[in-house]
Design a protein around this ligand. Structure first.
Ligand code: 6PG
Length: 266
């Protein structure tokens, strides 16, 4: 793992610009992966922030739908709530309504986490799906072309919540995580070593309520038990943040192009 982490942040005006920047980045990574390897494997997060980006990708009046190499794309999830796929809290349901129902992806290109199953079983099945999809051997981990992350006000990402057991899981690819602080619920999540093994990782974060945690996580002292997003340290040594101005308010000012860089040492 790289000793130094270069955090490149790109600040855009507002939620609408954030969604457009995310749609552009999803599309660029997919185009590049397909050009280089003939396919693109992307893991997406849930929550509310990515929904507008998914809607833009699906919108035929926008440039991205025609550019995206849908026939060579495979979608995976970073995490899922342990609820049925038609439940209001389901990340899959949000993605189906915003994106999957409107784009030409075949069922075999969509790899859903089975939130309706008993958590440990769902985690084990998804791990097995990853091993098959990526044809993994031994201790190999999957290398997604892109992992898109969000961040909660408590500094969690994926379903890696502060002071939960999943933070210590480094052997498995996927784990179930009991999250007392969120409806005493269960989640399924990729483990942080899997996320860090991706070719590229970007956080998509918007809103004034994220300004404080953004500053603490990316510019403050290391305390990953309290701020699990600090566990994200891509093996290539570069992490990208896509932020709106409200979420970036407490970071050092960007250059004229809205770009800034932070460096962290191990
Ligand atoms: C989830 C997500 C989670 C999300 C953050 C931020 O299942 O909720 O994967 O990690 O990215 O909670 O969510 P918002 O984008 O709604 O702020």
């Amino acid at each position: 793992m790289a000793k130094t982490l270069r955090i490149e942040y790109n600040v855009v005006r507002d939620a609408q610009a954030l969604a457009a920047e995310a749609a552009e980045r999803f599309t660029q990574v997919a185009e590049k992966a397909v050009a280089e390897r003939g396919r693109a494997r992307i893991a997406i997060s849930g929550g509310s922030t990515p929904k507008a980006a998914f809607q833009l990708l699906a919108d035929a009046t926008q440039p991205w739908r025609a550019r995206m190499p849908w026939d060579k794309l495979e979608l995976f999830w970073v995490d899922e709530r342990c609820v049925p796929p038609d439940h209001a809290d389901s990340n899959y349901r949000m993605t189906r309504e915003a994106l999957l129902d409107h784009v030409p992806l075949k069922p075999e290109q969509i790899h859903r986490m089975e939130g309706e199953l008993e958590p440990q079983m769902a985690a084990a099945r998804y791990e097995s799906l990853l091993r098959d999809s990526f044809r993994l051997e031994g201790a190999e981990g999957p290398r997604f072309d892109l992992v898109q992350l969000g961040m909660g006000p408590d500094g969690h990402t994926a379903s890696l919540f502060p002071h939960t057991e999943a933070l210590d899981e480094m052997g498995r690819l996927v784990t179930a995580n009991h999250v007392e602080t969120v409806k005493d619920s269960w989640r399924i999540t990729l483990t942080w070593p899997v996320i860090n093994n991706a070719g590229s990782v970007f956080f998509l974060i918007g809103g004034a309520d994220k300004a404080e945690p953004v500053q603490q996580v990316f510019a403050g002292p290391r305390d990953p038990e309290r701020l699990p997003s600090q566990l994200i340290w891509p093996s290539g040594g570069i992490l990208t943040l896509v932020l709106d101005q409200a979420a970036a308010a407490l970071l050092p000012a960007t250059d004229g192009d809205g770009c800034g860089v932070l460096e962290r040492e191990r």
